[in-house]
Design a protein around this ligand. Structure first.
Ligand code: SIN
Length: 529
């Protein structure tokens, strides 16, 4: 059981910053929420762990899904999202996503997002489990970078919004079920500060870094999920982790996402013997839902004894391939690979958390005043398996809804005289937390990865429990705080995965390989505070 706080503190001793609307995180969900809030609030603060663009959004390649094409409709998008979600999507949340999504995307375009066009019309692509071409993309395969650029510029130009970089969320301040602020470590000044606000929005992203192989940038260490859990918020669906099927696996190269859009445009998968295998596994072949493609790849790896399968575009026009995927082409070139001519070695890696802080349809959490949106949140919109390119859309739609809710509710200013203390943590010995992070990541990859079983999960939980005593120590560095957050999230994921004795979506148990009707429900955890 984690302690309530990562550090000892007395609010009376800390610098206090009071604001009307506090956003934590600067990816699409956080920045869009801040932008939307500026129509109603004059003083908005955005805290972000490193630079404003140091986000998972910045790295998103494939695109943003929205039913804007001539032969598409929100209904088709709804059906595809529910089918991918494997029986666990909340239908109302999905309906909200697909019906409100197109207008939010229009707004992004009005703000200056330059999505790719062909003959003046939006050029839409396909990705896995979409029955229509509905993925908007920018600069070929740099959609996230374009959205991040637009939102970062929009927010920076807005005098009502102050962005504070290098501010790490340490803990949430909560009294009697009401959240009224956050403790943040300004790690440039090396100072703990208190940011007090009647509206606090978590938009800190997921927790991909708990795995050895991940597409997520280093900042994604589950800080928001862990802080919310320590503060007593409900968290849900944490066993559902999506692994992306095609991540570059090459000696000496960092893991690098090879967008699903590459398969959407005709790329095929070959095993180590050069055989195309996906048609044997699913009628949609390479464009089957991600969990299906991941497990098919793992089976082929086992069968052939190889570490990788290959993505091949050899049958496509090379000029068109390079023009359509300039970022991926460039990156591969640096490793001596030609996307159009070479077989690209790939393997699955952790990509997206379907679960997170449980929210309602307006991002409201189980703590009054605390909202969550984007990957840190779980409104049930992705169910057990997210449909590709629905996550950027989710950040926009539910971020916008938070503002609608908060302006209606206008929580009272409860913070002015508030006091809080964290105490009882003891000084710890010197510990190499960077090394512990690597050990944790390896453990999670081995036992809580895309294929799980009771024995492995129990081993993982036993190993994680050995680190529990570290929670008695007062955290003194960012590395230590990140490790403790990763540990907490890893524990929740492993525990939920052990409890769910079935396979569904992103959660696959080799000892329970089928879905079971009695498990068509959610696992919700809450720490007793
Ligand atoms: C990709 O480009 O394959 C990632 C898209 C997503 O995860 O939604």
């Amino acid at each position: 059981m984690p302690k309530r706080y990562l550090v000892n503190f007395d609010l009376g001793d800390l610098e206090r910053v009071e604001t009307g609307f506090l956003v934590i995180g600067s990816g699409i969900a956080g920045l869009y929420t801040a932008h939307a809030a500026s129509s109603y609030w004059e003083d908005i603060v955005v805290l972000t762990k490193r630079g404003i663009d140091d986000t998972a959004t910045e790295h998103a390649q494939g695109g943003i899904a929205a039913a804007v094409g001539p032969n598409d409709s929100p209904l088709y998008h709804y059906e595809d999202t529910l089918a991918a979600g494997a029986g666990l999507c909340d239908p109302t949340a999905v309906e909200i996503l697909v019906t409100e999504g197109p207008a939010r995307v229009e707004e992004l375009i009005r703000l200056g997002a330059r999505f790719d066009r062909a003959d003046g019309r939006l050029d839409l692509t396909r990705e896995g489990a979409h029955t229509r071409r509905r993925i908007l993309h920018a600069m070929g395969d740099a959609t996230g970078a374009e959205i991040q650029r637009v939102l970062s510029e929009t927010v920076r130009a807005n005098p009502k919004i102050k962005v504070l970089e290098n501010h790490f969320l340490v803990d949430l301040l909560v009294t009697k079920g009401i959240c009224w602020g956050a403790l943040a470590l300004d790690h440039q000044e090396g100072k703990l500060k208190a940011y007090l606000a009647p509206v606090v929005v978590l938009a800190t992203g997921g927790a991909g870094q708990i795995y050895q192989h991940t597409t997520n940038p280093e900042v994604v260490t589950g800080d928001g999920i862990a802080a919310a859990y320590r503060a007593g918020a409900e968290v849900m669906d944490l066993e559902f982790v999506q692994f992306h099927p095609t991540v570059l696996l090459l000696e000496g190269a960092p893991r690098f996402l090879i967008s699903e859009a590459v398969r959407g445009e005709g790329g095929i998968l070959l095993n180590a013997q050069g055989e195309r295998f996906m048609p044997r596994y699913h009628p949609m072949a390479e464009l089957a839902p991600r969990d299906v493609v991941v497990r098919a790849i793992l089976k082929e790896l086992e069968r052939t004894g190889s570490r990788v399968v290959y993505l091949s575009l050899e049958h496509l026009n090379p000029e068109q391939v390079h023009a359509r995927f300039p970022t991926i082409s460039q990156r591969l070139k640096a490793y001596g690979l030609d996307l159009a001519r070479d077989r690209i070695p790939v393997a699955p890696a952790a990509h997206y958390f379907m679960g997170g802080v449980k929210t309602g349809f307006h991002g409201e959490t189980s703590l009054q005043g605390l909202y969550a949106c984007g990957e840190v949140a779980c409104p049930g919109v992705h169910g057990a398996n997210r449909l590709a390119s629905n996550s950027l859309l989710d950040g926009l739609v539910f971020g916008g809804r938070i503002v609608e809710h908060a302006k209606r509710v206008r929580p009272e200013k409860v913070f002015s005289k508030a006091e809080a203390k964290g105490e009882g943590l003891i000084p710890g010995p010197p510990i190499d937390y960077a090394r512990l992070k690597l050990e944790l990541k390896e453990l999670m990859q081995t036992h809580v990865g895309p294929v799980r079983c009771r024995k492995g999960l129990e081993e993982a939980l036993k190993a994680l429990a050995q680190w529990e005593t570290l929670n008695n120590y007062e955290a003194t560095s960012l590395e230590e705080m990140e490790f403790k957050n990763m540990l907490e999230v890893a524990y929740l994921v492993a525990e939920a995965a052990l409890m769910r004795t079935e396979s569904r979506g992103g959660h696959y148990r080799s000892d329970y390989p089928e879905p079971r009707p009695r498990w068509q429900r959610h696992l919700i955890f809450r720490r007793q505070v």
